[in-house]
Structures are given as structure tokens and as C-alpha cells.
Ligand binder design. Structure first.
Ligand code: NI
Length: 243
């Protein structure tokens, strides 16, 4: 597999002579209920990105392990960038890649709080970087991958720290899953559509366990493996068909 972190500058130069595509995993360090590690979004994004890199031979850039998680700051361990910081970091990464000759990036995003900043960064850099192209993939907003968890685990499986995300972690990093910690407090906390925007205050009030969705104990490793396979397949296809 082609990992930036293990390649020399000369190998990157050789790669750029034949390809201008790169995969960037975008994660977060934030609470994921009482049962999942703080790095869940980074670990999941990296697993999907590496799978796609392996399937296509495209380089995988280092995972950005910090994201925009201000809404989760009521929970210890959450480390957030402010939106302008994340926009600036993404802009700087994009400009660095562009400078060396990369022209197409597939961002595998692991956290919904990053989506707005990613979109902003893309609009900012494309004002002056001619030919800079970005695709993004999120397993919970992509209809094709989301269908896999809904079919295997039922509705309300795609929200934060809920069965879908827990299943994916059972597949890619089971040692970060602590389902035995849910014996006392787990309950269904459906993601009820509301016009009120989520904030650091109302998230913790509405979801005191930090879980948004059904009781994660419905998660299975099989569902996580199926979700991983489908996500890798979609990303590899997007890369292969990118002309
Ligand atoms: Ni997550």
C-alpha cells in the first residue's frame, strides 16, 4: 500500500509522474458514547481510506486526527478545532498537495461536524487553484453504504455512536469497543428531526450518554465488515472512474 508516511519524497515524485490522485482521511477526536474510543471517526476514516488505497494503488495521505467537534465539548476528552482553524488546515494541506502536482483528492470524512468546514475550504482554495478537484465520501450520508447498515441493523443506525458506527468499529478496531460499559445507561435516543440547531448545550441535554440513535448493543461485527467492504468499494470506484 502507498502510505505518505512510509514513502520518501523521491517515491512521491515517481508516483506523481504517473498519477495525480490522493486519498485524505479526515477524522476527529471526540466522545463516542461510553463504549467507543475517542478516535473512532479517525480510525474508521483511515480504515476505509487504506482499503481504497490498497484496491487502487492511489496514495493515502496521513489522517487528520482533529476535526470540528465543538458540539461535543461537554464530554471529557473531546479535542476540537474551531471551524476557521479546520478550514485553514484543510486549505494548507490542499495547497501543499497542489504545489507538488496532485490535482484530485478523495476526502474520506469520518465526522459530520467536519462537513461544513470541508465545503468551505474547497470553495476557498478553488478560487485560485485551477484544476483542483475534490470528491468526498461519508459512509452515513452516502445512500449506497448507509443502506447496508439499515438492511442489517434497522433504522436509526447511522447516527453518532449508534449501532452502525459501533458495528464499523467492531470490524476495524474491536479493542476500542467497550460494550460492557453500556449495561447501566444505554437507551434508545432517536435522532428526532428538529429545526433547532445542535449546540454544545442541547446535545448533552438531549443525549447525556453521548449516543445519538438506537442502543448500540444491536451492533454486529458482520454488519461492520459489510459496511467497510461497501465503503471501500464505493471509494475505489469513485477513484477508478475519475477521469
Ligand atoms: Ni463518529
Amino acid at each position: 500500500m502507498n502510505l505518505f508516511s512510509e514513502m520518501s519524497w523521491e517515491q512521491v515524485k515517481e508516483y506523481l509522474a504517473r498519477d495525480d490522485r490522493v486519498i485524505l482521511p479526515l477524522g476527529s477526536t471526540e466522545q463516542h458514547g461510553r463504549h467507543l474510543g475517542l478516535g473512532t471517526d479517525s480510525i474508521e476514516a483511515e480504515a476505509i481510506a487504506r482499503g481504497a488505497g490498497e484496491a487502487t494503488g492511489v496514495i493515502v495521505a496521513p489522517t487528520l486526527n482533529y476535526g470540528m467537534a465543538l458540539t461535543l465539548m461537554a464530554f471529557p476528552g473531546t479535542l476540537s478545532l474551531r471551524p476557521p482553524t479546520l478550514i485553514a488546515v484543510l486549505e494548507d494541506i490542499f495547497r501543499s498537495l497542489y504545489r507538488h502536482g496532485f490535482r484530485r483528492v478523495l476526502v474520506v470524512n469520518g465526522h459530520g461536524g467536519n462537513t461544513a468546514s470541508l465545503a468551505s475550504a474547497v470553495q476557498m482554495v478553488t478560487q485560485d487553484l485551477a484544476g483542483w478537484r475534490v470528491k468526498s465520501f461519508e459512509w452515513w450520508t452516502d445512500a449506497e453504504s448507509y443502506r447496508v447498515v439499515v438492511e442489517m441493523l434497522g433504522a436509526q443506525t447511522g447516527s453518532h455512536a449508534a449501532p452502525g458506527e459501533t458495528a464499523l468499529m467492531l470490524a476495524v478496531c474491536p479493542r476500542a469497543v467497550k460494550l460492557d460499559r453500556l449495561t447501566r445507561s444505554a437507551r434508545d435516543a432517536p435522532d428526532v428531526p428538529s429545526r433547532e440547531m445542535t449546540t454544545v448545550q442541547n446535545f448533552a441535554q438531549q443525549y447525556p450518554d453521548g449516543i445519538k440513535g438506537r442502543d448500540p448493543r444491536g451492533a454486529t461485527r458482520e454488519a461492520g465488515e459489510a459496511l467497510l467492504r461497501k465503503s471501500v468499494e464505493i471509494c475505489a470506484r469513485e477513484i477508478a472512474e475519475w477521469s
